[in-house]
Design a protein around this ligand. Structure first.
Ligand code: TYC
Length: 106
């Protein structure tokens, strides 16, 4: 009978890893939704101040949502996506605007 602790052949082989030990973190997409009331400039300001976009990129993201209904703001880790989205929603609501952003797993 073979001994599982000291297998025939010496048992010195190292088992090759088939899976990485640590999974990369799941990533989350933040989406911006168009509405008829939030001013364009307010949307741009949110994208610049909270999502660290430069003005021309912020304007492009805003216009994509304005024209097509929604736009991808960016892809972030769970914590960054959710904290920035919550901050943006809070600022919009504090200013009386119905702006919607949401996150989804990539
Ligand atoms: N549609 C808005 C307006 O005409 C501007 C706007 C753009 C609002 C993008 C939200 O996600 C948005 N004032």
């Amino acid at each position: 009978m073979s001994d599982p602790v000291n297998p025939p052949g010496g048992g010195t082989d190292v088992q090759e890893r088939t899976k990485p030990e640590v999974k990369p973190p799941s990533m989350y997409r933040v989406l911006l939704v168009n509405d008829d009331f939030t001013p364009r400039e307010f949307v741009i300001e949110i994208l610049v101040s909270i999502f660290k976009k430069d003005r021309s990129e912020a304007r492009r993201i805003m216009l994509t949502a304005h024209q097509g209904g929604k736009s991808v703001v960016g892809v972030y880790t769970y914590d960054v996506a959710n904290s920035r989205t919550e901050k943006a929603l809070r600022q919009a609501s504090e200013n009386g605007y119905p702006l919607i952003l949401y996150t989804e797993e990539v």
